[in-house]
Design a protein around this ligand. Structure first.
Ligand code: GRF
Length: 192
């Protein structure tokens, strides 16, 4: 599973659509000595993503694409190449990437998903886990392949579901675990 880095820093793009709290935690991680990655590009499909503010705060280049058609995907690929991006981390990114796009970055796209995959792929994971009376939910970091939320699992963290949990309270507890899990998964991918 490990990707070899030699000793060079892995130039990384983070794709977001919303708040960007995982982006923030990845940026903080990237600044640590133990981190194999640097974050060189933030990509969003949404001009209103709150997370875009981190581009200004941390002085990271940002690009917005609609992801609506193949031409757009080609433009993104050009931008990634221009910035010498080696790794893509999807973090709350709400668009599905095409097979062609994924092929171009084979084995070099990671995603974080707020459930214990293979359970609850797709949307509304917390609501579904609570309705199914699951005892645990959690989060998963996995490689991205052409099937939604189905690539090889890198790491998971279990979170207990409380009787009193609502989707919102559970989402909050899981999100704080996501912030720890993503950096750990990156270290694992690079055998560190
Ligand atoms: C996270 O729960 C992530 O797992 C899911 O969307 C949420 C994004 O949160 N895919 P944030 O934008 O990183 O704060």
């Amino acid at each position: 599973m490990a990707i070899s880095t030699g000793s060079k820093v892995i130039r990384t793009a983070v794709f977001i659509s919303g708040t960007g709290s995982n982006l923030k935690s990845l940026i903080k991680f990237s600044k640590l000595k133990i981190s194999p990655i640097s974050i060189n590009l933030i990509v969003s499909n949404n001009t209103k993503s709150k997370g875009l503010k981190y581009a200004n705060i941390f002085k990271i280049k940002k690009k917005i694409f609609t992801f609506k058609n193949k031409t757009d995907e080609k433009k993104i690929l050009v931008e990634l190449k221009k910035n010498k991006i080696d790794l893509i981390c999807l973090a709350g990114f709400m668009k599905i990437l095409s097979k062609t796009f994924i092929k171009n970055f084979k084995g070099r796209i990671l995603n974080i998903h707020p459930s214990l995959l293979p359970k609850f792929k797709g949307l509304n994971t917390h609501e579904r886990a609570i309705n199914k009376k699951e005892k645990y939910s959690g989060c998963t970091v996995h490689f991205v392949n052409s099937k939604l939320d189905s690539g090889k699992i890198i790491l998971q963290k279990k979170v207990k579901i409380k009787k009193s949990d609502t989707p919102k309270t559970l989402a909050k507890r899981i999100l704080s675990q996501e912030h720890r899990l993503y950096p750990k998964a990156i270290l694992k991918v690079f055998n560190l």
